[in-house]
Design a protein around this ligand. Structure first.
Ligand code: ZN
Length: 840
């Protein structure tokens, strides 16, 4: 169905794409004189480089900073994935929400170090051990298509990969990114490959491709690698115009990877990077040997070249505005060249920004709220100010999404803010904001994106923008700004966030999984929130056959925008063991509409613009055959831990244990469970370790979920010398195939038999992986319960080890209960119930 706003959206998309604008949280970009001079010098560099790796944080930030700011090249980073499969060190988000955070972290990094940011459709589905597995999951054809697409679209002279295409890369995604870049390099210029792309882009042959040699264990060393065709680049230089070295800028940008705990110190002094030729023409000295990086590569550009030289030579740092006439002339001269040429397009955009910066011209459009619902009328204010005395006329402003066009012909007085407030109506059929790659469910390892033109972009083109048309020196310029909401926080000051379109009413279910261990009904609380004023209607919950809901439906009436009301239903489970979906269905009056409801999910952190998402309002229902003998559980929380809530669902009483609670008597707990990585992060645990061991000795049951072994520069080591009563070590063994066969090593062991009889069936439906950070070597007091392995690997027995100690029981497990329990996987509940019940 093509309704009109969607059609408009497409047109706008086409506009953005041909303009190759750097899509980001588009604010004004005021610049000091040094930065402006840097920008003028960049006008003279006509060349591009594309860096390719697998994840947010893989990129060599310092090399990118150097390429963008010292070599002044058009520089892009293509990250195959958005990092969805990683762990989150700063909050509870998992999966696609971590992908949303990491997308924004990369954009925040790029706002600091300068390059453009791109992504393929590949999903970070978790750790992968081989290139083969990675490309099989992503889809070889589609993943390769996306790299070819980015090469054809960005037209880099040189491609640089972070990883080699083989097992030296460590992670299958890493080697796959190197492999795909090398393959794409070979075919991007072949019009018979992916011909469907040629509707938008032309074939392109980069001059060469390098591997930015990564020496494991010597990441930051300046040691020359033993590889053929290696050249070196010194990236530790100091830039006097920016007042920083590239190592300092790189540290700032890299420290944006906060969800991965990736704060790094500034690197000062000499830093050598090595590039090994992987394809194309040899380069004896410099990565760009034989590439003309001047205007000579654009026909008829001699006048442009002359004008840029003049602008640089005559630049006055105390008066950048004096450069405006020559910049306007350069812009006009560019307009006479082939405007389809990528450098003509790019440099026109750069000049537009430079002109704004030289004049100190500032303009933006701020709606009165960060969100509006379709059909809602909202107030928006557009403000313009010229902070110099350079003559500028505001010809008019347009708001294409609402077809508003205002002619002004206003001569801007120096430093006088002109503000225009108007009430506009959001079109009734305006689509709800949703990241384009999350509109459809991910299939295997690939996000489903139907609009080819969007592929590669870090985020959606803004649906609402204002076009400001100015007359500057007799030349008309039209500059675009996305609408953004602006507020003032008493602590953090002025804060911007993207303007988005939200549903008229949103329904947030209290839990994403409801687990029933018996036939007792559960209360499902739903918080209804209005997206605009005066919404009324009814809410019902849809459940699978055999399940029942009371009441059948509930009326609601929300008078104010953003008003919340809590309503409750009772869910009666089916008698049979079953799994299914509970979905909220909302019917609204005027406009009359019935459909599955969306929930509201905010991803809010200080280092990125707040992201608002509207996933389906649904939860998983599980009627489970589980018996639990232990009810009273003490829980030492790990990172972003949802296991306690899962245990409560099967009737356990869970007490959070911190230093204060650990001082009290522990004997009252049937079991004590330690959350993931708590032994890596909680310094105070070392002081309570003897007490915890005494608790076990006296008859308690203790379960430790995975810890990381330490030694890697991003992970903490362990806070205690020994986690259990007898020694064992934790290694990097993992089983990433979630269907891997689990062999029972001790079929008669109580952990596999009471109170729940564990069978192969209990390992059906696990998500993402079996386990990580298995025990590697253990004292003979421990018994391993399972053996498992990924395809073509040796058996690994350390996923769950158990020992008796005194009168009690101790277990260490790398099985990913922290993923499986919140996902409502029945077998994981049954096995975990046995583990906590083993002392009963
Ligand atoms: Zn990586």
């Amino acid at each position: 169905m093509i309704n009109r706003p969607y059609f408009k959206f497409c047109c706008y998309t086409a506009f953005v794409i041909t303009a190759f604008a750097h899509l980001s949280f588009g604010q004004n970009k005021p610049a000091a004189a040094g930065t402006i001079l840097q920008g003028l010098k960049k006008l003279n560099v006509v060349g591009s480089v594309l860096y390719v790796a697998a994840h947010p944080d893989d990129e060599n930030t310092q090399l990118l900073t150097y390429l963008a700011n010292e070599r002044l090249l058009r520089t892009g980073y293509l990250s195959m994935t958005r990092g969805d499969g990683g762990q989150n060190l700063i909050g509870p988000e998992q999966g696609e929400y971590i992908g949303v955070i990491r997308t924004q972290e990369l954009l925040a990094a790029r706002r600091i170090d300068g390059p453009d940011q791109f992504f393929s459709r590949a999903n970070d589905f978790g750790f992968s051990k081989s290139t083969d597995e990675a490309v099989r999951m992503w889809g070889q054809e589609q993943a390769l298509a996306d790299v070819v697409w980015m090469i054809r679209k960005y037209r880099p002279d040189v491609i640089i990969t972070r990883f080699p295409p083989d097992s030296r890369a460590g992670h299958g995604h890493h080697s796959a990114s190197g492999y795909l870049a090398e393959e794409a390099f070979k075919i991007a210029n072949d019009p018979t490959k992916y011909p469907e792309q040629l509707k938008w882009v032309k074939p392109w042959q980069p001059k060469r491709i390098f591997w930015n040699v990564f020496i494991p264990g010597a990441f930051m060393s300046n040691k020359k690698p033993d590889e053929p065709g290696v050249i070196s680049v010194e990236t530790g230089l100091y830039n006097p115009l920016l007042g920083k070295s590239y190592g300092e800028i790189a540290a700032e940008s890299r420290s944006q990877h906060k969800s991965q705990g990736f704060g790094v110190p500034a690197n000062r002094g000499v830093k050598i990077d090595y590039l090994a030729l992987k394809g194309g023409e040899p380069a004896p000295n410099d990565p760009f040997d034989g590439v003309d990086l001047s205007w000579k590569r654009v026909a008829g550009s001699e006048p442009v070249q002359q004008l840029i030289n003049q602008a640089i030579a005559n630049f006055k740092p105390e008066k950048p505005v004096a450069s405006v006439p020559v910049l306007v002339q350069t812009y006009k001269a560019l307009s006479r060249l082939d405007t389809a040429n990528i450098y003509v397009k790019t440099k026109r955009l750069e000049i537009e920004t430079l002109i704004q910066q030289c004049i100190g011209l500032w303009f933006e459009t701020n709606p009165g709220n960060y969100a509006a619902a379709p059909g809602e009328a909202i107030r928006v204010t557009s403000s313009v100010v010229n902070r110099t005395d350079y003559p500028v006329k505001l010809i008019g402003i347009q708001m294409p999404a609402i077809q508003k066009d205002t002619v002004m012909n206003l001569v801007l007085k120096p430093n006088d803010v002109a503000a225009f407030t108007t009430t506009v109506s959001i079109p009734a059929n305006q689509p709800i904001s949703q990241p384009y790659w999350l509109e459809k469910p991910v299939v295997k390892g690939l996000f489903q994106v139907s609009n080819q033109a969007l592929i590669g972009y870090p985020e959606n083109p803004p649906a609402f923008t204002t076009l400001y048309t100015f007359d500057i020196d007799g030349q008309t310029f039209t500059f675009s700004r996305p609408w953004s909401y602006k507020s003032t926080d008493p602590v953090d000051g002025e804060i911007y966030r993207p303007f988005i379109i939200q549903p008229a009413v949103m329904a947030n279910l209290a839990e994403r999984v409801y687990v029933f261990a018996d036939n007792t009904p559960k209360t499902v609380d739903v918080i209804l929130k209005s997206g605009r004023a005066n919404v009324s209607g009814t809410l019902k919950l849809e459940v699978p056959a055999g399940w029942r809901i009371e009441p059948a439906q509930l009326p609601f009436e929300l008078k104010e925008k953003a008003q919340e009301v809590r309503v409750s239903f009772r869910v009666f489970p089916s008698v049979a063991y079953s799994e299914g979906k509970l979905r909220a269905v909302v019917s609204t009056e005027s406009p009359e509409k019935t459909g599955y409801a969306s929930s509201l999910r905010m991803v809010a952190y200080k280092h990125i613009p707040t992201q608002t998402l509207f996933p389906a309002a649904e939860a998983k229902l599980v009627k489970l055959d589980v018996k639990v003998k232990s009810k009273n559980i003490g829980y030492i929380a790990g990172a972003g831990d949802e296991v306690p809530a899962a245990l409560q669902q099967i009737g356990c009483l869970v007490t959070p244990l911190g230093p204060r609670e650990l001082n009290a008597d522990l004997a009252r707990f049937d079991a004590i469970v330690v959350g993931v990585r708590a032994y890596n992060t909680e310094e105070w645990l070392r002081y309570y370790q003897p007490k915890l061991m005494d608790y076990v000795k006296n008859g308690g049951t203790m379960i430790v979920q995975y810890v990381t072994p330490g030694g890697s520069f991003i992970q903490n080591g362990l806070k205690v010398n020994q986690i259990g009563p007898y020694p064992f070590t934790v290694g990097r063994d993992r089983v990433t195939e979630e269907e891997a066969k689990m062999t029972f090593l001790k079929p008669q062991h109580p952990l596999l038999n009471t109170p729940n009889k564990i069978t192969d069936q209990d390992f059906n439906g696990w998500v993402q992986e079996r386990g990580i950070y298995f025990a590697q070597e253990w004292d003979k007091a421990y018994e391993p319960l399972f053996s498992a392995h990924d395809t073509n690997e040796a058996a690994k027995d350390g996923s769950l080890i158990y020992c008796k100690y005194g009168k009690g029981h101790f277990m260490y497990t790398g099985l990913v209960f922290f993923r499986e329990l919140p996902a409502g996987v029945p077998g994981a509940y049954r096995l975990f119930a046995n583990m906590i019940s083993v002392g009963k």
